[in-house]
Design a protein around this ligand. Sequence first.
Ligand code: NAD
Ligand code: ZN
Length: 353
Amino acid sequence: MSKQEVILCQSLESDLALAIKQCPHDKLFILTDRHTYEHCWPRLSGLSYLKEAIGICIEAEDSHKTLDALSTIWMALSTQGATRHSLLINLGGGMVTDMGGFAAATFKRGISYINIPTTLLAMVDASVGGKTGINFNGLKNEIGAFAPAKSVLIDTTFLHSLDQDNLLSGYAEMLKHGLISTPEHWAELLKVDLYQTDYTVLQKLVGQSVQIKEEIVDIDPFEHGIRKALNLGHTVGHAFESLALSHKAPILHGHAVAWGLVCELYLSNRQAGFPQDKMRQTIRFIKLNYGVFGFECKQYETLYALMQHDKKNCSDTINFTLLKEIGEICIDQTATKEMIFEMLDFYRECMGV
Ligand SMILES: NC(=O)c1ccc[n+]([C@@H]2O[C@H](COP(=O)([O-])OP(=O)(O)OC[C@H]3O[C@@H](n4cnc5c(N)ncnc54)[C@H](O)[C@@H]3O)[C@@H](O)[C@H]2O)c1
Ligand SMILES: [Zn+2]
């Protein structure tokens, strides 16, 4: 997979001008959702080099990461004369960068695209690494392709209009990056007051976080090995997400990951010797900032079945990424059903469910 250029912008205006120049094109398209059209597009709309850009705006939220919305994008490209040499700019959160990336990957067998992520989650995770796609048949990211953006331009000033819940959601992935990288980065992340955001500090941490993801993706772009480190917290997190959804009370992905981290750090402690003090410190931070996701003993079987059905598991065994220490990653780990139930007991006890 070719490498994408990730830029932590000093000046979005000039960095974008350069990124566009590096992608010779006939027509320029810019994809937003309703919210990023309102909150983020005004920042760019006055730029002379975007005067001719053709806008495509879709409905917001993951529930619209669908074949219908994808078809709307393809249709807009097709009817407005896009060619193999056209360029698409995705301005939005992970929903826009995932679906816009996939639209670009498939239109005329692939056109170039640039990501400008506008949520914290998209900055440190979704917009980087080349995974694109849509939800299909009730399944998340069921259809997709590996197709890296030409450039990813990160400007944290877009976060000023982002709501607190989405900020927290993205921060959970940063916390995950902290756990799989170095004790120093992890410790810095735990010091942040997420309710009084210091954007200068956040900008620096975002830069480090995205670099951690990039380094892992560079080594293993197609997730045969070390890229699985990025799944830390996700086996349980996805089960929580699905359980919440089945009760028609959806939770944000990052929140599910944060609560999943609580469980998987316990498993790391029990099975790989992850230090208890670091586990406790991380859990305290999560409880303080994310509150608690509640469930009862009688839902353990359902959660277990959901973990089994997570797409990352090829057989009946449940796969986890665990940690021996911060930055010491053990991929392809399994746990018995008994141990998983013990982990859920631990979660409920320490979170006070
Ligand atoms: N490709 C990957 O590797 C990868 C990784 C993680 C997540 N994802 C995908 O990312 C998606 C989730 O991304 P997300 O959390 O960014 O959600 P999102 O794109 O749905 O954005 C969340 C909400 O914030 C709004 N928004 C975006 N930027 C804003 C801004 N600056 N100010 C105000 N509102 C703004 C959006 O319109 C939306 O309503 C999911 O579809 C998930 O599957 C992909
Ligand atoms: Zn995630």
